[in-house]
Design a protein around this ligand. Structure first.
Ligand code: GDP
Ligand code: IMO
Ligand code: MG
Length: 427
């Protein structure tokens, strides 16, 4: 039975939350497999706006079991805040399952994230400051604290002691901060133990058993292809695998179980934080995309950098993720433009590149080669089939499909759940 992976094709904020919500009533499990509360998904249901950071978007769909997989880093304070806020709005949050193997984001990870960025100065990454990178670094360094550690006070104390040995040296001697006490860190974590215990499970086993029983599992990626630590624009990336491969390691599902890979792709491009962005606009056109598209971060409120659609990136996303279906979002935001430039290739030192170049140096020098596609003026928000779209908008969708190398199965024409054209069923 199907395991479906859903990832972002660009630099995040493509509308993955809305796409997951759209599939919600046809899937049994929605699993977040990477990232943490650096993600921000806005989902609009019947005019009600929900902003999710750590919880999988499936939490909003009655009947769906939302799962936080082992590949996620969990800030317990954020987890319980988010659950409390959703419960206060009448959402049933009792089905949430959290992997015993997921790592925790601790207060010192948050502190180190922020001071390290300041320390980097002009070389900063522009992180969300949520402690995500330091928490993954601790995981790889084998000094991380996991969800299951909170249920064994003596192990927890030993691990926190071990971690703080080095962290306190760093905090005090390098960053001129106060040292943390083992007691304070341990007590803060233990205070969550009773509320956390009923949610925790062996989620790899839960999900493979569910697939054996014929259930449908949607694996929802945070961040996106170009923010992937291996396949993105390193070092201007997040610290996890946001591409489809990450779904297997981050959820404990073998690759042979994945049937479909959906890439959520914005009809133009945005990026938050530092790093190269070939089609970025620094003029009124970029300002227009930001205003009409509401391109301000869900997590940090930062204005998103905006630019035109980038076909080499779309092709790259198709290739590294093995994309079978594209959900093209925010087509409505392009309404009213006379012509729409689309980057079809890069000029790098006089050489035309159809694919992403091999090196960071080349990518920093990539100059977009544009083709102009005709625009349209008609409002798209009421369209529910491709036939409802004006000719030029239909052609734009076809051009994206052709350039990306995967079929467009849905098109977003507004933020609401209903404002979507479904071309091919996704489940
Ligand atoms: P995510 O991080 O990929 O889940 O995306 P975000 O939620 O951070 O950002 C996407 C924004 O676009 C949200 O505010 C959505 O409500 C909105 N959105 C999603 N799809 C569409 C669409 O087709 N049209 C418009 N106008 N807005 C959309
Ligand atoms: P969603 O899931 C957009 C960016 C940050 C920064 C870099 C590293 O909403 O698409 P981090 O705090 O992860 O160490 O920051 O990654 N970033 C995102 N940009 N959408 C996101 O998530 C992001 N998560 C991280 O801005 O450039
Ligand atoms: Mg987002």
């Amino acid at each position: 039975m199907p395991a479906i992976v859903l990832v972002g094709a660009q630099w995040g904020d493509e509308g993955k939350g809305k796409a997951t919500d759209l599939l919600g009533d046809r899937v049994d499990f929605v699993v977040k497999f990477n990232g943490g509360n650096n993600a921000g998904h806005t989902v609009v249901i019947e005019g009600e706006r929900y902003a999710l950071h750590l919880l999988p978007s499936g939490i909003l769909t009655p009947g769906v079991v939302p799962v936080i997989g082992n590949g996620v880093v969990v800030d317990l304070e954020v987890l319980f805040d988010e659950l409390t806020q959703l419960a206060a709005r009448g959402i049933d949050v009792s089905r949430l399952v959290v992997s015993a193997n997921a790592h925790l984001v601790l207060s010192y990870n948050r502190t180190l994230d922020r001071v390290a960025e300041r320390f980097l100065g002009s070389r900063k990454i522009g992180t969300t400051g949520r402690g995500i990178g330091p928490a993954y670094a601790d995981k790889m360094n084998r000094v991380g604290i996991r969800v299951q550690d909170v249920f064994d006070a003596s192990i927890l104390r030993q691990k926190v002691e071990g971690a703080l040995d080095l962290k306190n040296q760093l905090l005090v001697k390098v960053y001129n901060r106060r040292a943390l006490s083992v007691d304070a860190v341990v007590d803060e974590l233990l205070a969550y133990a009773d509320r956390l215990r009923p949610m925790v499970a062996d989620t790899s086993r839960l999900l493979t058993d569910a697939l054996d029983a014929g259930r449908t599992v949607l694996l929802e990626g945070g961040q996106a292809t170009l923010l992937d630590v291996d396949h993105g624009t390193y070092p201007f990336v997040t610290s996890s695998n946001a591409t489809a491969g990450g779904a297997c390691t981050g959820a404990g599902i073998p690759p042979t179980r994945i049937d479909r890979v959906i890439a959520v792709t914005k009809a133009y491009t945005t990026r938050v934080g530092e790093g190269p962005f070939p089609t970025e606009l620094h003029d009124a056109a970029g300002q227009r995309l930001r205003e009409v598209g509401g391109e301000f971060g869900t997590t940090t409120g930062r204005p998103r950098r905006c630019g035109w659609f980038d076909a080499p990136i779309a092709r790259y996303a198709t290739r590294v993720n093995g994309v079978t279906d594209i959900v093209l979002t925010k087509l409505d935001v392009l309404t009213g433009l006379e012509q729409i430039p689309v980057c079809v290739a890069y000029d790098i030192e006089g050489v035309r590149h159809h694919e992403l170049p091999m090196t960071q140096t080349e990518f920093h020098h990539a100059r977009p080669i544009y083709e102009q596609l005709p625009g349209w003026t008609e409002d798209l928000t009421a369209a529910r089939s491709l036939a409802d779209l004006p000719r030029a908008a239909r052609d734009y969708v076809a051009a994206v499909e052709r350039m990306s190398g995967a079929r467009v199965s849905a098109v977003g024409v507004g933020a609401g759940r209903a404002e979507t054209i479904v071309v091919h069923d996704l489940v």
